[in-house]
Structures are given as structure tokens and as C-alpha cells.
Design a protein around this ligand. Structure first.
Ligand code: ZN
Ligand code: FE
Length: 258
């Protein structure tokens, strides 16, 4: 049994808390700050047994040490290439490794680009009633993607390419509420995409009511997120390029100054 709770943190981060109500255990993905996590655990009466970090940035690991002090038995997971950069890290994960929480097992993807060590955790559905859950940090955002701080466009195409192969009904839990700004840019580079226009309007309404836009569905990202569409005719035409890394690089460069 896996329930995912979305906890707003800092100005626009989300911390995701995985909860097994039967066993009263919990894990968190990218705890930016301790308070929202501790409040939620108190409310649930659950014990925190794991921290799953996607990368080393402060807004993703900020609560690691405080949470370890409160729950000395917990395990801190992160990418192998992040050794020395994630506070309290105990497990060094590589592509294809598996980690479990409760009765679910996640597959680890090595997805450099935003940082050189970034990883994602994918929990496939274990029955037909369940959805897959993808925790992708700052790599795919709803309607966008993370900035390339330590990687190249070619690496990011490779990394997003791996995630893009997952099933359409996978829920995408990205770490920031950036969707509205991302879609505002997206409609300028993919103006004839009606799925994108519809999504933009839906997200404008959600945000005007102060509601979250996360999680999204991977199938929606495939149809409307320009950063998953480097090989579509529309994006190739808009960028005036065909080679995937060049289409992607130009798009990312435009978004950086949008
Ligand atoms: Zn980051
Ligand atoms: Fe971040």
C-alpha cells in the first residue's frame, strides 16, 4: 500500500511523503525543510524510515540532517555520483538499482543534465488498480524541464528519453510548482498544439484558485511538454533544426531567457 502526499515547502518546492498506513511507516522524497515533514508525520502517527534524494541541491536535501536527528534509524538514499554532496547519504545508487518502500520496489534511473549526478525513482504499478509513480526531481517539470547546471543538452535528451519510455498513465511528481510559467513559454514554441492550449487554460484556472498542478500524467507531458517533443515535426520546425540535442539545446536556451 503506497499513498503519496504532496507537502508544499519553501517558496515553490514540493516534498513528497510516501505513506503506508497499514505499517505506519513513511519515506520522503527531497525534503527541502523539516517542518512540513514533521507536521505530516505527527498527524499520521507514522515513523520515517527513508529519505530518497534525487540530487544534491539545497532545496532538495535541506532537511536531511534534521530528520536524521529525529529518526536515527532512517536510511538516506541518493545517486552514486553525488557522493560527498548529499548530507547524511548512506546508499549510493546507480542506473538499474532497486530500492523498496513497504511492498513497492522502485527502479532507479541515472538522469544527468540538471546536475551531473541526478537520479529518478520509478515505482511501477504492482496491480492493475495502481498507477506508476515517477519521482524525477528537477529533470522533467510539468510543462518544462530543469535548467542545465552541470550537463549538456545531449545528456538531458538521453535522460528525459529514458523517462519518456514509461507508460502514459505514470504520475509525474516533480519537485517545483513551475507549471504555469512553463506552459506560458510552451505555447510560444508549439502554438498549434490544441492539447497544449487546453492544458494551459486548465492550469491557469487551477493556479488562479491556488491549487497544485502536480502530479501530472506522463502521457500529458508527452503530448504537451516541448522538452519531451524534440523529435516532433512541430518543434523541429519551430527551432529550424532536426538533430535532437540541437533542437533541445535551442529550446532550453530560449526558455532560460524567456
Ligand atoms: Zn535542483
Ligand atoms: Fe530544485
Amino acid at each position: 500500500m503506497l499513498q503519496v502526499k504532496r507537502l508544499p515547502a519553501l517558496s515553490d518546492n514540493y516534498i513528497f511523503l510516501l505513506h503506508d498506513p497499514q505499517k505506519n511507516i513513511a519515506a520522503v522524497v527531497d525534503p527541502a525543510e523539516p517542518e512540513p515533514v514533521l507536521d505530516c508525520l505527527t498527524e499520521l502517527g507514522a515513523e520515517l524510515i527513508a529519505i530518497f534524494n534525487t540530487h544534491h541541491h539545497g532545496d532538495h536535501v535541506g532537511a536531511n540532517q534534521a530528520l536524521r536527528l529525529k529518526f536515527p534509524q532512517l536510511t538516506v538514499y541518493g545517486g552514486a555520483e553525488d557522493r560527498g554532496r548529499i548530507p547524511g547519504q548512506m546508499v549510493y545508487l546507480q542506473e538499474g538499482d532497486r530500492v523498496s518502500f513497504s511492498d513497492r520496489t522502485a527502479e532507479v534511473f541515472f538522469i544527468p543534465g540538471h546536475t551531473r549526478a541526478h537520479i529518478a525513482y520509478y515505482f511501477p504499478p504492482s496491480s492493475s488498480e495502481e498507477t506508476g509513480e515517477l519521482f524525477c526531481g528537477d529533470t522533467i517539470f510539468a510543462g518544462g524541464c530543469g535548467r542545465l547546471f552541470e550537463g549538456t543538452p545531449a545528456q538531458m535528451v538521453d535522460s528525459i528519453g529514458k523517462l519518456r519510455q514509461l507508460p502514459d498513465n505514470t504520475r509525474v511528481w516533480c519537485a517545483h510548482e513551475y507549471t504555469l510559467g512553463n506552459l506560458k513559454f510552451a505555447v510560444t514554441v508549439d502554438p498549434d498544439n490544441t492539447d497544449l492550449q487546453n492544458r494551459y487554460h486548465q492550469v491557469q484556472e487551477l493556479r488562479s484558485r491556488g491549487e497544485a498542478t502536480i502530479p501530472s500524467l506522463l502521457g500529458v507531458e508527452k503530448r504537451t511538454n516541448p522538452f519531451l517533443r524534440w523529435d516532433s515535426e512541430a518543434l523541429k520546425k519551430a527551432m529550424g533544426l532536426t538533430e535532437p540535442a540541437r533542437v533541445f539545446g535551442k529550446l532550453r536556451g530560449m526558455k532560460d531567457v524567456f
